[in-house]
Write a protein that binds this ligand. Sequence first.
Ligand code: NDP
Length: 267
Amino acid sequence: MSLKYDFTGKVALITGSSSGIGAATAQLFAKSGANVVVTGRNADAVAKVAKQCSVVSPKQLPALEVVGDLTNDEDCNRLIETTVQTFGKIDILVNNAGAGIMAPIDATDYMEKFSLALKTNLNSVVYMTHKCVPYLAKTRGNIINISSIASKKSGSTGSSPYCMSKAGINMFTKCMAAELGPKRIRVNAILPGAVDTNFMTIFDLPKDLIGQIYSNIGQKYPVGRVGQSQDIAYTVAYLASDSEAGFITGSIVVADGGDIVANVSYE
Ligand code: NDP
């Protein structure tokens, strides 16, 4: 029997929900009865996922579509304001948007890449949390931050901007869990291993090569495969559910097919 969640009456804002893990998470919340906010920079992708959410919603609830760039504070403000104007509240914030921005330390554009990685992957999480806390305090809601096993593993050349941005999320999660406890807001993070999404498109590699890379990594994983977006969406739903995970806050939950424990190398 599949575990079913009931998020009827809840409002879930999932950043980076135009693709991959965020899209699967938005669809799972919609399927579980929530009002969902679908957002990203690509308007067509946002519209497509929003439509899918409405189709799987038990009452065909329309998803709110907000197109915006999270490195821009005004876009973040508009995302939050539109959500509250439309649905009246926020119960669940999933800080998922992110990108694999990398550069070796001696690259001429290292500092630009480093700054963009922090802005995209870490500052956006901090800003969205900062602005959403007053709403989450009213609903006694919760926050799930999508970090990465890259926050724990180093070693591949050029990964420092991305790894550092994700390591920052882990500490921010722990600090917020302690600080927001009195407001009854739970805060947790998930560290996915390799998940087959559009994440690798930033590296501009041929599609079949990307498929080959995922296949090679999957063979090294103890579970024998890389992750699918739903694997992480189910973990988000579990942590977001007060009835199942109401005692869990400040946790850094690893969902990586055994990558870390098997010390899998990507070389
Ligand atoms: P995708 O590339 O499929 O999705 C990334 C999402 O983030 C898209 O919806 C994209 O929207 C959004 N996004 C990126 N930059 C911005 C921005 N500046 N403003 C607004 N939205 C933005 O990748 P994943 O689903 O794999 O990634 C989701 C999260 O999971 C990321 O934080 C990633 O670091 C993390 N992760 C992924 C792993 C993997 O192997 N796939 C492993 C570990 C962690 P749009 O393009 O429309 O702007």
